[in-house]
Design a protein around this ligand. Structure first.
Ligand SMILES: NC(=O)c1ccc[n+]([C@@H]2O[C@H](COP(=O)([O-])OP(=O)(O)OC[C@H]3O[C@@H](n4cnc5c(N)ncnc54)[C@H](OP(=O)(O)O)[C@@H]3O)[C@@H](O)[C@H]2O)c1
Length: 335
């Protein structure tokens, strides 16, 4: 058995999708997950960016609990580091707006941003304000290193740009000191200005520091780089998070596009069907989501059609350990 578990397909979601796709499907019939995905793909093909409409319902995306609260989070979100650093006119923001609409329409909610991502916080703030989607979004931002000692001021600036009165998650961006204190962001959590605390790192050399903080202070979240061809986090950081009940957001799940360059012009292996992968993006995302320590992945994109593809990784079966090992071998053979 190469399948870890299967996501439930909500009857309501399936029916709404059928209605949206205009398919002549009898009421009460729950479509097999592959058929739902095919219908989604057909919709995406027909409507292009219009698939980003908030009216589009879909199969239920997989969710996982935040260990410290039990709150369920959809397993695919979006990162804004590069793709959302655009101009702040409505026209310049339109591509990112379609991405956010696509994310929410397909069951996702996490948007991860940071003050150091150029205009991204402001773009996210404009989009959430224009679309009214703030209540449906799990909004994560960060404190930059030069602001670790003055977290209230840093968060205040972020809230202005995000046009929000609080964020869901506030993370210390790129921790490097194992004695880093979380007291400042915990105080902001106690004041209701953020709902969860977290730390991030995407540097192998800072994993020891991250691990020490996780084991000592048990932050609600860790954001860490992890991808099919970048598995160092599996050694100690992800196990430490699992033991501490720290939720994990996967940054750089495509290695900033590196995995797509590796797979360029190559076909998915036929056995990708066994884990319901329709694209390389889903293959790469399902690898990280197949690790039970992972709560969600936050790929970056500025294309609604890619966002829809990415959220598809939250549907259907996930790989178990033997299948994940097979995925690694296959990708290694491409190089
Ligand atoms: N220290 C930290 O805290 C830290 C550091 C780095 C990153 N992060 C977080 O991780 C997030 C993701 O990182 P990232 O965006 O740099 O790298 P990434 O998610 O690994 O890769 C993004 C690349 O994948 C492409 N892509 C996305 N979906 C695709 C699809 N379905 N098909 C084909 N191509 C697809 C994007 O191109 P298109 O735009 O053309 O879709 C883009 O070139 C960041 O936004 C940030 O939130 C955190």
């Amino acid at each position: 058995m190469s399948i870890a578990d299967a996501a439930p397909l909500s009857r309501r979601g399936a029916l709404a999708l059928c209605a949206g796709a205009g398919a002549g499907v009898l009421a009460g019939l729950v479509m097999p997950i592959r058929a739902v995905q095919a219908a989604q793909a057909a919709q995406a093909d027909r409507r292009g960016a219009a698939v980003a409409s908030t009216a589009t319902a879909s199969a239920a995306i997989r969710t996982r609990p935040i260990p410290h609260s039990g709150e369920q989070l959809p397993v695919v979100g979006v990162g804004t580091a590069i793709q959302f650093d655009v101009g702040t006119t409505a026209r310049e923001e339109s591509g990112c707006r379609d991405v956010v609409r696509a994310l929410v329409a397909h069951g996702g909610s996490i948007i991860d941003t940071a003050p150091s991502y150029g205009a991204a916080e402001s773009v996210v703030g404009d989009i959430l304000s224009a679309t009214g989607l703030r209540p449906r979004v799990f909004l994560a931002t960060k404190l930059e290193r030069d602001g670790f000692d003055a977290p209230a001021a840093g968060l205040r600036s972020s809230l202005q740009r995000l046009r929000a009165d609080k964020v869901d998650l506030l993370q210390l961006h790129n921790v490097s000191d194992p004695s880093q204190d979380l007291g400042g962001i915990r105080a902001l959590k106690a004041q209701g200005l953020c709902r969860y605390t977290g730390i991030t790192t995407t540097f192998r050399g800072a994993y020891d520091a991250a691990e020490a903080i996780i084991r000592r202070d048990r932050p609600d979240f860790l954001e860490v780089d992890y991808a099919l061809d970048n598995r160092d986090a599996e050694e100690r950081v992800l196990p430490a998070a699992a033991e501490a009940g720290t939720a994990v957001l996967v940054a750089l799940p495509f290695g900033r596009g590196r995995l797509f360059r590796l797979a360029l012009g190559k076909a998915l292996p036929p056995w990708a069907d066994e884990i319901d992968c329709r694209s390389w993006a889903q293959f790469f995302l399902k690898y990280v989501l197949g690790n039970p320590a992972v709560t969600a992945a936050i790929p970056g994109t500025d294309k609604a059609v890619h966002m829809v593809d990415d959220t598809g990784a939250g549907l259907g079966r996930l790989p178990d350990a033997p299948m994940r090992a097979r995925m690694v071998r296959y990708v290694q053979s491409l190089g």
